[in-house]
Design a protein around this ligand. Structure first.
Ligand SMILES: [Zn+2]
Length: 101
């Protein structure tokens, strides 16, 4: 079986705004303005400061309200459709503590 791959030729990489949805409030905004939380194949969930970490990503606004809600209401778990290890969650809480207003 051969998989069809979309072929993109002659398309210059343009600076298009990529929007993502905040798992907490549902706003769809420029992903540069969102925080990415990534869960990799080893099941480790962490704050992805680079935006290029492998694995499944979830996006959250850089606001205290959204971060706290996402962690308190397990919205990340819902987005990943998998649990987050307690130690990862603790680290995420610490890592996001100084972020957002
Ligand atoms: Zn939000």
């Amino acid at each position: 079986m051969r998989q069809k791959k979309p072929v993109k030729t002659g398309i210059m990489k343009s600076k298009k705004t990529v929007c993502r949805k905040c798992v907490s409030c549902g706003s769809i905004i420029d992903k540069d303005l969102l925080l990415r939380i990534a869960k990799n194949r080893e099941g480790v969930t962490r704050l992805d400061m680079t935006g290029f970490m492998e694995g499944r990503g979830a996006y959250i606004c850089k606001s205290r309200k959204c971060l706290e809600k996402a962690l308190d209401k397990n919205l990340l778990e819902r987005s990943f459709r998998a649990g987050i290890r307690p130690e990862d969650k603790e680290r995420l809480k610490k890592e996001t503590e100084g972020l957002g207003q």
